[in-house]
Design a binder for this molecule. Structure first.
Ligand code: ADE
Length: 301
């Protein structure tokens, strides 16, 4: 609670706190009172509370990205610097990496879960994404989370290579629990923060995002993705959304399409082929989103 909302102890309020100076003068004046002045004098005394504060401007933005290749162009563009080992704010044993800086009036923390300590590859997937999101929310208390990354797209739903989507909904497609209600828990479907003004202003596509821990897609995953009505498929989004929701932190999901899941090419090959070029499109879109956010409140998005 801030000072404005602190209640004064009862009995401490003085009479002149609530009666405007001019009304006291008029009420004791022997001269006739101007009708307008009377209206003014009869108006309820102004409250000693300040006017309610409007919605707060967004000041801290957390960007969660899974891969170094996806993160670095954005780090450069936003002129972020890597937190030194001592000031990373994360436990020493965690491979998570934080970049930070000020950009157009926003304080930005960009985190990626780092390399797997044993294998040296990016720690992609839901477990690392959830952990680094949790630790970052606890440490940085962001006003808004942007989960940015690449995704597979379904051409049957209108996705093409290089498209950048803002996800309207997220859900999991590989958490199968065929017991009533647990089934819904497994799918974990939720709506993302509605951002009609970002969509109006920026040239982004909208679609539902389905998340699982595999780059490829089993027939069971495919059936679940269809049920999720997804246009894009990634390996982190629904996990980030789960943690963001738990801590009531608004989150948006910006995903660029590297491969067409229902196309002819093998997914892994197409993903690797397009990763760098599509990351440039992602980087451009996220920068535009951050530019748009600057100086705005959540309700303006
Ligand atoms: N990221 C990029 N392409 C993907 C795919 N096909 N599935 C999951 N995550 C992805």
């Amino acid at each position: 609670m801030n000072d404005w909302n602190k209640k004064k102890p009862s009995g401490s309020r003085l009479l002149h706190d609530s009666i405007p100076f001019h009304s006291v003068r008029f009420s004791t004046s022997p001269t006739p009172i101007h009708p307008l002045a009377r209206v003014h004098a009869m108006a309820p005394p102004p409250s000693d509370q300040p006017p309610a504060a409007g919605p707060a401007e967004i000041s801290k933005v957390l960007i969660v990205i899974a891969m170094q290749t996806e993160a670095m162009p954005l780090v450069t563009k936003l002129k972020l610097v890597e937190a030194a080992a001592g000031e990373s704010m994360f436990p020493k044993c965690a491979p998570w990496i934080r970049y930070h800086g000020n950009y157009k009036g926003l304080h930005i923390d960009l985190v990626w879960p780092g390399k797997d300590p044993a294998l040296g590859v990016d720690s992609v997937g839901t477990v690392s994404a959830a952990l680094v999101t949790y630790a970052s929310i606890q440490t940085f208390k962001p006003d808004l989370i942007i989960n940015a990354g690449t995704a597979g797209g379904f051409k049957a739903k209108g996705a093409s290579i290089g498209d950048v989507f803002l996800a309207s909904d997220v859900a999991f497609h590989d958490r199968r629990i065929p017991i009533p209600v647990f089934d819904m828990y497994g799918v974990g479907a939720r709506k993302t923060l509605a951002t009609p003004n970002i969509l109006k202003e920026l040239n982004l596509k909208v679609g539902k995002l389905s998340t699982g821990d595999s780059l490829d897609m089993s027939p069971q995953d495919e059936a679940a993705i269809l049920r999720n009505d997804a246009t894009i498929k990634d390996m982190e989004g629904a996990a980030v959304a789960y943690v963001a929701d738990m801590f009531s932190t608004p989150a948006i999901f910006v995903k660029a399409v590297t491969d067409i899941v229902d196309g002819e090419k093998p997914t892994a090959e197409e993903f690797l082929q397009n990763l760098v070029a599509v990351t440039a499109a992602l980087d451009q879109a996220v920068t535009k989103v951050v530019d748009f956010i600057s100086g705005k409140c959540i309700s303006d998005l």
